[in-house]
Design a protein around this ligand. Structure first.
Ligand code: SAH
Length: 239
C-alpha cells in the first residue's frame, strides 16, 4: 500500500498499520470478487490504490468531521464497489456510513466486505436513489452526501440533494472539463434547495487529469416532488 501511503501523506494523512491493513483487505476482496462479477474495471494493485482509495480520500480536502458533530451521518449514492464511502470510513471509523446502490450484486459484495473489515455499523441499501430518497429514514437526514461517477451534475443533484439535511453538503467527485456541466446544473441546484459552494481542484501529482470536488451546500428543503420517478432525472434533467 506504498502508493496510497505516500499519496495520503500529501493530503496530510499519516496512515497507520491498522488503516493500511484494512485497505489491503479491501483490495484483496475487491479483486477476488471481481474475478466472478464485474465490480470495477480498475484492478491493478497500484491503480486501485490511486484511482479508488486515494481518489476517495481527496474528499478530505473539502470536508472533515467537525468537533461539534463527531459522528456525522454520511451516505454514498451509487457507491458501486464502495467508493468513495469505504475509504473515508477507514480513516474516520466514527462516521455513520450508509452505502447505496441499485445493483444487487454490488450490495452483495458490500455486505460481504463490511464483515471482512469488521465494520458492522455500515448500512448497505439496495435501491434506486429516486425511490429511497422518499423514505423518511433517509430523506434530509445526512450531513454529507458523497457520490462519484453517478451522473452528469444536473441529474446528480436531483439524486443526492434530497438525502442531505439543511446545513449539510453534497460533495461530488468530477473530472475533466466540467465548467459547462456545472453551469447547466445551476437551475437544478437552486430548485432542489442547494447552493454551489465551491469547485475545488484536486492538486496531487497522482491525478494529472483535472479532478475536482464539487461542493453543494443544502440551504433549503427539497420539494417533495423530487426526485422524480425512476429514470426521469436522467432522461429529463432540470436544466
Ligand atoms: N461510485 C463508484 C461507482 C460508480 S458507477 C465509483 O466511483 O467507482 C455508478 C453506480 O451507480 C453503479 O454501481 C450503478 O449501479 C449505480 N447507480 C446508477 N444509477 C443509480 C440510481 N438511480 N440509484 C442508485 N444507484 C445508481
Amino acid at each position: 500500500m506504498e502508493k496510497l501511503k505516500s499519496g495520503a501523506a500529501k493530503l496530510g494523512l499519516q496512515l497507520g498499520e491498522k488503516e493500511l491493513a484494512l485497505f489491503q483487505t479491501y483490495y484483496e476482496e475487491l479483486t477476488d470478487w471481481n474475478q466472478r462479477m464485474n465490480l470495477t474495471s480498475i484492478t491493478g494493485y497500484e491503480a486501485v490504490q490511486i484511482n479508488h482509495f486515494l481518489d476517495s480520500l481527496t474528499v478530505l480536502s473539502a470536508w472533515e468531521p467537525s468537533v461539534g458533530n463527531p459522528k456525522p451521518e454520511v451516505i454514498d449514492i451509487g457507491t458501486g464497489a464502495g467508493v468513495p464511502g469505504i475509504p473515508l470510513k477507514i480513516i474516520f471509523p466514527e462516521i455513520r456510513l450508509a452505502l447505496m446502490d441499485s445493483t444487487n450484486k454490488k450490495t452483495t459484495f458490500l455486505n460481504h466486505l463490511k464483515q471482512k473489515l469488521k465494520m458492522d455499523d455500515i448500512k448497505v441499501i439496495t435501491g434506486r436513489a429516486e425511490e429511497v430518497a422518499h423514505r423518511s429514514p433517509y430523506r434530509e437526514r445526512f450531513d454529507l452526501v458523497l457520490t462519484r461517477a453517478l451522473a452528469p451534475m444536473a441529474t446528480l443533484v436531483e439524486l443526492t440533494l434530497p438525502f442531505c439535511k439543511i446545513g449539510g453538503k453534497v460533495i461530488a467527485h468530477k473530472k475533466g472539463n466540467i465548467a459547462q456541466e456545472i453551469e447547466s446544473a445551476k437551475k437544478a441546484i437552486n430548485v432542489l434547495g442547494g447552493k454551489l459552494e465551491e469547485v475545488k481542484p484536486v492538486d496531487l501529482p497522482e491525478f494529472p487529469d483535472h479532478r475536482y470536488l464539487v461542493v453543494v451546500d443544502k440551504i433549503a428543503p427539497t420539494h417533495e416532488q423530487y426526485p422524480r420517478r425512476s429514470g426521469m432525472p436522467v432522461k429529463k434533467p432540470i436544466i
